[in-house]
Design a protein around this ligand. Structure first.
Ligand code: OGA
Ligand code: MN
Length: 287
């Protein structure tokens, strides 16, 4: 290896040091990519990438979603977002949705492949990002439940995901109307490694052949089982840290923090492809 790799105390994830993500040669990147597929999460402390460097680094993992999306309590003009301002409140509500475990884009036409995520400004308390290993969760199910989930699917919706916390989805933040609620298998196969993993999280709301209440109890139970040690890791951010996660293998969430404090994170999304996804149908069922 052209860098130093240390394990993380979980079923997944590695800490990678002694590398500069902005100047990696192709050989080193190939090693890093293989490590990423294997461990699903790379933690690269203290990279201090510029926006351009982060976008370029993300672009090596796959096609870019749309440059960098600022996941931030600070407005582009530098002022803190304020609850009294309608547009700010809507954005803060979108951030609050992330308090619950989810996979990015599970409610849309294609699940994201992953993301390169970095910390710019961190709050004094809270705001740790957590990831949970859905491959290990799948493997840890008892035989009966593992056989059962194999036959099941769930509808996903951004509107339903926000509604769990009494929040209203605002299409100004993520352009997706209620006509999108793809039916996804609860078990998916990783398009590159072939490993099976569970697919659910806050956007999953309805399992065909179950009532809404039965679906909720069943899906919440799965998340509660899946997202617990040794299958979770929470990162306590320092500005300049960079993380790369495989969104096809992991769920993620953020621990609540005081939104009157600045927290500025850069999300460089890596696009997934509908062909390698686990969507069974895109029927336009009312959300
Ligand atoms: C995201 C996300 C959580 C966080 O960027 O997709 O869910 O820690 N972020 O801000
Ligand atoms: Mn997310």
């Amino acid at each position: 290896m052209n860098f130093t790799v240390e394990p993380i105390d979980a079923t997944f994830g590695v800490m990678v040091t002694d590398l500069d993500a902005s100047t990696l040669d192709d050989d080193s990147f190939a090693q890093l990519y293989a490590l990423w597929l294997d461990h699903a999460l790379l933690v690269l402390p203290q990279q201090h990438l510029t926006r351009e460097q982060q976008i370029a680094f993300a672009g090596r993992f796959g096609p870019a979603e749309s440059g960098i999306f600022d996941i931030s309590t600070v407005r582009p003009d530098g002022d803190l977002r304020r609850e009294e301002i309608e547009e700010d409140a809507s954005f803060l509500n979108m951030l609050r949705g992330n308090y619950d475990w989810h996979a990015d884009g599970s409610y849309g036409p294609a699940l994201a492949k992953g993301a390169v995520y970095s910390a710019q400004v961190v709050p004094k308390q809270g705001g740790e990002t957590g990831w949970a290993d859905m491959r290990a969760a799948h493997d840890a199910l008892d035989d009966e439940l593992r056989a059962r989930v194999e036959t099941l699917a769930a509808r996903h919706s951004i509107q339903r995901g926000q509604a769990r916390r009494g929040l209203v989805h605002d299409e100004r933040n993520i352009e997706l109307g209620p006509e999108f609620n793809p039916l996804r298998s609860l078990v998916r196969r990783h398009p590159e490694t072939g490993r099976k993993s569970l697919m659910m999280g806050r956007h999953a709301y309805s399992v065909p052949e179950m009532t809404d209440t039965e679906s909720r109890i069943f899906l919440d139970g799965l998340v509660e089982f899946a997202c617990r040690p040794p299958r979770v890791y929470f990162h306590d951010w320092q500005p300049g840290d960079v993380v790369v996660w495989d969104n096809r293998s992991l769920l993620h969430c953020v621990k609540p923090w005081d939104m009157r404090e600045p927290r500025v994170m850069w999300h460089a999304g890596i696009s997934g492809s509908p062909e390698s996804d686990s969507i069974l149908s895109m029927d336009q069922v009312p959300a």
